[in-house]
Design a protein around this ligand. Structure first.
Ligand code: ADP
Ligand code: MG
Length: 353
């Protein structure tokens, strides 16, 4: 099995770099997520890897072979699109068989591989049907089947679940993870959905406007965001951000928040020098309601079933907290609260400190 190495990959449209010196690797057999907001360059990277766009600079390696100059069909890469791109006039069988037919694979081999993929994806009974006669989720499986039969060196997925409703999306997430455990194929999977990224990926490459912001395991990105972009992009409800200034010296240093104007009541050792501005990030689950030096006014409550989301006002700032499902309190109540000091993130000029 081969891995993927991307080095300084660059692509511009009309003089604007939409992929700007992007570098990352996908280990052999790894499921890697390319995550980022719409327009950040994810699909462009997939198209560059597949050879559907011409790269301007950088290298694309599968194993130790630079594939940048190869024709798309010689790259041994299979891509699954959001739109499925099935042929409406062909039945499911022929849609899955299509890439093998193009390669003039012998009929017996085609039949064996199509039936194997259909069984794996549990769509064997749909083989005679046309795409319009099956559901969206089933069409997605057919598109995946068409990629699987090729037994490619690399799978590329471009937001394959975004046309499905929320429940089906969650079910397909589980199935894709199970499929990957069986096939162990090197996979690069594009999504803008952080839940999909957190649950599916072994590694996340987080992008913003054409550049890589952080690479790591899902939990690493959540627990140690390298910058404000990563901190804000991952997490729902989102991380709370406050500005503050470092005060004191040596071991007695702390951070004084600007609004509300309070000192965080403990020492900090990782933060920049006294007088410097920092941004303090506090995840909703790091807010502790009940006791503490701070007081927030409860403005809104959401019971999600599994937990309760509190929307509080703290001075003129807003604060989101996550509490247990059985939490209740009247709106307008003033609640004492505190932050878990081990769960604070500090950023200086946008970078973690
Ligand atoms: P994503 O998949 O992350 O949503 P894309 O890779 O599709 O982002 O697009 C990245 C940027 O490149 C966007 O600003 C998009 O408008 C621009 N772009 C993509 N394809 C073209 C093209 N063929 N011509 C001009 N601009 C393009
Ligand atoms: Mg896209």
């Amino acid at each position: 099995m081969a891995g993927l190495t991307i080095e300084n990959l660059t692509k511009s449209y009309h003089g604007v770099a939409v992929v700007d010196k992007v570098s990352f690797t996908v280990a052999p057999g790894e499921f890697c997520i390319l995550l980022g907001p719409s327009g950040c360059g994810k699909s462009t990277i997939l198209r560059l890897i597949a050879g559907l766009e011409e790269q301007e600079g950088g290298r694309i390696m599968i194993g130790d072979r630079d594939i940048g100059a190869l024709n798309p069909r010689d790259r041994d890469v299979a891509m699954v699109f959001q739109s499925y791109a099935l042929y409406p006039h062909l039945n499911v069988y022929e849609n899955i068989a299509f890439p093998l037919r193009v390669r003039k694979t012998p009929a017996g081999e085609v039949d064996r591989r199509v039936r194997e993929a259909a069984a794996l994806l549990e769509i064997a009974d749909l083989l005679p049907r046309r795409p319009r006669e099956i559901s969206g989720g089933q069409r997605q499986r057919v598109a995946i089947g068409r990629a699987i039969v090729r037994n490619p060196r690399l799978f590329l997925f471009d937001e394959p679940l975004s046309n499905l409703d929320a429940k089906l999306r969650a079910a397909m997430r589980v199935e894709l993870a199970a499929l990957h455990r069986r096939l162990r194929a090197t996979t690069l999977y594009v999504t803008h959905d952080q839940v999909e990224a957190m649950t599916l990926g072994q590694k996340i490459v987080l992008m913003d406007r054409g550049v890589v912001r952080q690479i790591g395991a899902p939990r690493e990105l959540y627990e140690r965001p390298a910058n404000l972009f990563a901190a804000s992009f991952l997490g729902a409800p989102p991380i709370n951000l406050f500005t503050g200034v470092v005060t004191g010296t040596g071991a007695a240093r702390t951070v004084r928040l600007t609004d509300p104007p309070i000192d965080l009541g403990w020492e900090i050792d990782t933060v920049a020098a006294a007088g410097e501005m920092v941004t303090v990030g506090i995840r909703p689950e790091a807010v502790r309601i009940g006791t503490g030096p701070l007081r927030g006014v409860l403005e809104h409550l959401e019971h999600t079933g599994a937990d309760t989301i509190l929307y509080l006002r703290l001075g003129t700032a807003r604060l989101i907290a996550r509490e247990a499902a059985d939490f209740s309190s009247p709106l307008g109540a003033a609640l004492d609260l505190d932050f878990d000091p081990r769960s604070l993130h500090f950023f200086h000029k946008g970078q973690r400190v």
